[in-house]
Structures are given as C-alpha cells and as structure tokens.
Design a protein around this ligand. Structure first.
Ligand code: KIV
Length: 271
C-alpha cells in the first residue's frame, strides 16, 4: 500500500448500509494496540473494547470491577491500532445507570480521552434516559440486550436469557425503544435464535449477536475466546479458531528449555 493511500473508516452509517444490503457485520473485541492492529488489518468491520477486559485482561470473575479510567486506557490503546474499523467502547458498570447526568459525563470522558467512535450501554427501558442524554451530545450509542453481564447479580447465572414469554416480550419492546431514541445498533447476547431473528427483522438498525444465532445482522466474539486463549471456556455458541493457549505454552516451554540448556542465545543472536 502506498503511503498516500487513504484508508476509508467504517462508520455507524456503514453498518446501517450493510444491514440494508444484507451484508453481515463482523465484530471482535480487542483491548490493546497489538491485537487491534491485527484484527483491523485482517478486515474486521468493528472492534468492541468490551468490559470483558475485566475478565480476560484483569482476571476478575465479573465485569463489575473495571473502572472508567481502566476502560479509557484500553480503548485509547485500541484506537491507536485500528485504522479502518469502527471502534466501540463499553461504558462500565456504575458510570451511567440511573443517572443521565453522570452518563453524559462518563460518555464525554470516554469519547474525549480515548478517541473511540461510539459507546455501548447495557439495558433497555431502564437506562433509556441515560441513552437519550448521551445521544443528545452527538455520541453514537449501541444497545445491549439479553444477557447483560453488568446485571449478573440480578440474574444469578450466565445462562440463556429470554426463554420465557415475558422476558422475550420485554426484549422486543426494548429493541424498538432503543431504535426509536436513536441507537445505531444493538448487541443481543445469549438469547434463543428465533427471538433474535424476530427482533432483528423488527428494526431497521443492525443487530449484532453473541450466542443469538444466525438471524442477526452481524456477530461478535471475545477475541481471547475465539483464539483459544481462555483455557477451558467452551460454551456452545463459541467457535474456537485457534488453540493459542497450547501454542503459547509450547513456545514458552521451548524457550525455557533453550535458556536452561545454554542453546539460546547462539552466536548469531548476539552482538
Ligand atoms: O464486553 C464484551 O465483550 C461484550 C460482548 C460479549 C458483547 O459486551
């Protein structure tokens, strides 16, 4: 590629157009510069700086402990690595729920300090005022329905959501509300495929599924999970493309062996 080549950035409008022409949207998480650069170069449409960083980067059991400052650090690192894809960051737990003024303050900090292009917030009707407030500042918002990990203490488990009629009806109402207030897209996590397909058809904005079947307009996975870095994590919805845990472990064992035996460094690997 010549130095003068202008890379066209994927925007929220691009995703909407993709839905209109029936082109599926690919999204993966990233939390740092190096992985963001790889997934961006490889042709991903959108990158999510998920608060799953709390799990896979920091080793917490839930997404609740991660702070806004920590999310901004991850998001700014990803933005530096992503030249083409749309970068969306999660607002973390406790920075927007039940307080539209705080939501706007958190959103402005994330946008200004990280340079991401859009934000994701978990919930439907109960967070609508916060969503509206953020949208009023010209900040694009992606919704997140179904299994919303920031509410894990309310749900009690990470099992499939909205299997019962009442919860399915609420999800269908919530997605319409999020569309009406102006969200550009909605993630649907771990819900029945039939429900996800119906919800997708009911709105003009693109839906991105994780554990929500093939009827969504796009798919997202946690990059550590699809690369096999998260040993032992094999839910049904996950397609694992590599076994990096085993590969990295093998490489480290070889290195340890080479150092111990005196084989590394050799004469070509010194000055
Ligand atoms: O934080 C995250 O990685 C997410 C995805 C699972 C959608 O919200």
């Amino acid at each position: 590629m010549s130095v003068n080549t202008v890379i066209k950035r994927i925007t929220t409008n691009t995703l909407r157009e993709m839905k209109q022409r029936g082109e599926k949207i690919s999204m993966l998480t990233a939390y740092d510069y190096s992985i963001a650069r790889i997934v961006d170069d490889a042709g991903i449409d959108a990158i999510l700086v998920g608060d799953s960083a709390s799990n896979v980067m920091a080793g917490h059991e839930t997404t609740l402990p991660i702070t806004l400052d920590q999310m901004i650090y991850h998001a700014a690192s990803v933005v530096r690595g992503a030249k083409r894809s749309l970068v969306v960051a999660d607002l973390p737990f406790g920075t927007y729920q039940g307080n539209p003024k705080l939501a706007l303050k958190s959103a402005v900090r994330m946008m200004r300090e990280s340079g991401v292009h859009a934000l994701k917030l978990e919930g439907g009707e109960e967070i609508l005022e916060s969503v509206e407030k953020i949208l009023s500042a010209g900040i694009p918002v992606m919704g997140h329905l179904g299994l919303t990990p920031q509410s894990i203490n309310k749900f009690g488990t990470y099992s499939v959501r909205a299997k019962e009629d009442a919860e399915a009806a609420k999800l269908k109402k919530d997605i319409k509300l999020l569309e009406e207030v102006g969200c550009f897209s909605v993630v649907m996590e771990k819900i029945p495929a039939v429900l996800a397909a119906e919800a997708t058809q009911s709105v003009s904005i693109p839906t991105i599924g994780i554990g929500a079947g093939n009827g969504c307009d796009g798919q997202v996975l946690v990059v550590h999970d699809m690369l096999g870095l998260n040993k032992g994590f094999k839910p049904r919805f996950l397609r694992q493309y590599l076994d990096l845990y085993t590969q990295i472990s093998g490489a480290v064992q070889s290195y340890v062996g080479d150092v111990k035996s005196g084989d590394f460094p050799n004469t070509q690997e010194q000055y």
